[in-house]
Unconditional design. Structure first.
Length: 159
Protein backbone atom coordinates (compact mmCIF):
# COMPACT_ATOMS: atom_id res chain seq x y z
CA UNK A 1 0.00 0.00 0.00
CA UNK A 2 2.78 2.45 0.92
CA UNK A 3 4.60 1.53 -2.29
CA UNK A 4 1.62 2.67 -4.43
CA UNK A 5 1.31 5.96 -2.54
CA UNK A 6 5.05 6.62 -2.83
CA UNK A 7 5.01 5.82 -6.55
CA UNK A 8 2.08 8.18 -7.09
CA UNK A 9 3.78 11.01 -5.19
CA UNK A 10 7.03 10.50 -7.10
CA UNK A 11 5.12 10.57 -10.40
CA UNK A 12 3.39 13.81 -9.46
CA UNK A 13 6.72 15.34 -8.43
CA UNK A 14 8.33 14.35 -11.75
CA UNK A 15 5.46 15.93 -13.71
CA UNK A 16 5.65 19.15 -11.68
CA UNK A 17 9.43 19.36 -12.17
CA UNK A 18 9.07 18.62 -15.88
CA UNK A 19 6.68 21.52 -16.42
CA UNK A 20 8.97 23.86 -14.46
CA UNK A 21 11.53 23.62 -17.26
CA UNK A 22 11.07 26.94 -19.13
CA UNK A 23 10.47 25.44 -22.59
CA UNK A 24 7.81 23.01 -21.39
CA UNK A 25 6.32 25.58 -19.03
CA UNK A 26 5.84 27.93 -21.98
CA UNK A 27 4.22 25.13 -24.00
CA UNK A 28 1.87 24.29 -21.11
CA UNK A 29 0.83 27.93 -20.69
CA UNK A 30 0.36 28.73 -24.38
CA UNK A 31 -1.27 25.49 -25.53
CA UNK A 32 -3.23 24.13 -22.59
CA UNK A 33 -3.85 26.78 -19.97
CA UNK A 34 -4.24 29.86 -22.22
CA UNK A 35 -4.79 28.70 -25.82
CA UNK A 36 -4.81 31.35 -28.52
CA UNK A 37 -8.30 30.33 -29.64
CA UNK A 38 -11.36 29.50 -27.61
CA UNK A 39 -12.55 25.98 -28.25
CA UNK A 40 -16.04 27.03 -27.16
CA UNK A 41 -16.17 29.52 -30.05
CA UNK A 42 -14.95 26.90 -32.52
CA UNK A 43 -17.57 24.31 -31.54
CA UNK A 44 -20.17 26.09 -33.72
CA UNK A 45 -18.01 25.57 -36.80
CA UNK A 46 -18.88 22.07 -37.93
CA UNK A 47 -16.84 21.77 -41.12
CA UNK A 48 -13.28 20.48 -40.96
CA UNK A 49 -12.06 23.20 -43.31
CA UNK A 50 -13.80 25.91 -41.25
CA UNK A 51 -12.12 24.69 -38.07
CA UNK A 52 -8.71 24.46 -39.72
CA UNK A 53 -9.05 27.98 -41.12
CA UNK A 54 -10.08 29.28 -37.72
CA UNK A 55 -7.31 27.50 -35.86
CA UNK A 56 -4.36 27.88 -38.23
CA UNK A 57 -5.40 31.20 -39.81
CA UNK A 58 -3.56 32.91 -42.61
CA UNK A 59 -0.79 30.31 -42.90
CA UNK A 60 -3.23 27.48 -43.56
CA UNK A 61 -5.15 29.45 -46.17
CA UNK A 62 -1.91 30.53 -47.86
CA UNK A 63 -0.61 26.96 -48.06
CA UNK A 64 -3.90 25.74 -49.53
CA UNK A 65 -3.91 28.52 -52.14
CA UNK A 66 -0.29 27.91 -53.06
CA UNK A 67 -1.03 24.23 -53.67
CA UNK A 68 -3.54 25.24 -56.32
CA UNK A 69 -0.62 26.63 -58.34
CA UNK A 70 1.08 23.21 -58.68
CA UNK A 71 -0.83 22.09 -61.80
CA UNK A 72 -0.10 25.44 -63.48
CA UNK A 73 3.61 24.99 -62.71
CA UNK A 74 3.38 21.40 -64.01
CA UNK A 75 4.30 19.81 -60.67
CA UNK A 76 2.57 16.45 -60.35
CA UNK A 77 3.78 15.42 -56.89
CA UNK A 78 5.08 18.51 -55.11
CA UNK A 79 7.79 18.21 -52.48
CA UNK A 80 8.01 21.69 -51.00
CA UNK A 81 11.25 23.15 -49.70
CA UNK A 82 10.23 25.27 -46.70
CA UNK A 83 12.31 28.41 -46.18
CA UNK A 84 13.48 29.45 -42.73
CA UNK A 85 11.11 31.92 -41.11
CA UNK A 86 13.92 34.42 -40.47
CA UNK A 87 14.68 34.44 -44.20
CA UNK A 88 11.08 35.40 -44.97
CA UNK A 89 11.04 38.09 -42.25
CA UNK A 90 14.21 39.64 -43.70
CA UNK A 91 12.53 39.77 -47.11
CA UNK A 92 9.44 41.53 -45.70
CA UNK A 93 6.99 38.64 -45.39
CA UNK A 94 4.95 39.14 -42.22
CA UNK A 95 2.07 37.02 -41.00
CA UNK A 96 3.03 33.71 -42.58
CA UNK A 97 4.24 31.17 -40.07
CA UNK A 98 6.40 28.49 -41.62
CA UNK A 99 5.21 25.18 -40.25
CA UNK A 100 7.14 22.00 -39.67
CA UNK A 101 7.09 19.53 -42.58
CA UNK A 102 4.86 17.11 -40.61
CA UNK A 103 2.33 19.87 -39.84
CA UNK A 104 2.42 20.96 -43.48
CA UNK A 105 1.64 17.37 -44.50
CA UNK A 106 -1.22 17.28 -41.99
CA UNK A 107 -2.67 20.51 -43.33
CA UNK A 108 -2.28 19.89 -47.05
CA UNK A 109 -1.57 16.20 -47.66
CA UNK A 110 1.63 17.10 -49.55
CA UNK A 111 5.26 16.49 -48.59
CA UNK A 112 7.61 19.23 -47.43
CA UNK A 113 11.23 19.33 -46.28
CA UNK A 114 13.61 21.66 -44.44
CA UNK A 115 17.00 22.45 -45.91
CA UNK A 116 18.59 19.89 -43.56
CA UNK A 117 15.96 17.15 -43.95
CA UNK A 118 16.74 13.75 -45.42
CA UNK A 119 15.40 13.66 -48.95
CA UNK A 120 15.87 17.38 -49.56
CA UNK A 121 17.22 16.44 -52.99
CA UNK A 122 13.66 15.45 -53.98
CA UNK A 123 12.35 19.01 -53.44
CA UNK A 124 10.84 20.31 -56.66
CA UNK A 125 9.24 23.58 -55.49
CA UNK A 126 9.97 26.29 -52.95
CA UNK A 127 8.23 29.19 -51.20
CA UNK A 128 9.99 32.45 -52.00
CA UNK A 129 9.21 36.12 -51.32
CA UNK A 130 8.33 38.31 -54.29
CA UNK A 131 7.58 42.02 -53.72
CA UNK A 132 6.06 41.52 -50.27
CA UNK A 133 4.10 38.41 -51.27
CA UNK A 134 4.91 34.74 -51.02
CA UNK A 135 4.99 32.72 -54.24
CA UNK A 136 5.48 29.09 -55.16
CA UNK A 137 8.33 28.54 -57.61
CA UNK A 138 9.35 25.37 -59.37
CA UNK A 139 12.91 24.11 -58.85
CA UNK A 140 14.09 23.14 -62.33
CA UNK A 141 17.70 22.05 -61.86
CA UNK A 142 19.91 20.54 -59.15
CA UNK A 143 22.07 23.69 -59.36
CA UNK A 144 19.06 25.85 -58.53
CA UNK A 145 18.31 23.62 -55.53
CA UNK A 146 21.94 23.84 -54.40
CA UNK A 147 21.82 27.65 -54.55
CA UNK A 148 18.62 27.73 -52.49
CA UNK A 149 20.11 25.37 -49.91
CA UNK A 150 23.22 27.53 -49.64
CA UNK A 151 21.05 30.60 -49.06
CA UNK A 152 18.79 28.87 -46.51
CA UNK A 153 21.68 27.34 -44.54
CA UNK A 154 22.68 30.84 -43.45
CA UNK A 155 19.59 30.89 -41.25
CA UNK A 156 18.90 28.84 -38.17
CA UNK A 157 15.67 26.86 -38.15
CA UNK A 158 13.39 28.01 -35.33
CA UNK A 159 10.30 26.04 -34.48
Amino acid sequence: MHFKINLTLISILVIVLFFNIPFYNNWLNTNLLNPSISYFNVQDQLGVEQRRESRYGYSYMAYKELLKMCPRLQIDTPVLLLPPEKFLREKGIVGLNVTEPMVYYYLTGQKAVWYDSPGVDKANCVLLPDNGKIVLKKINTPQELAELLTTFKKYKLDL
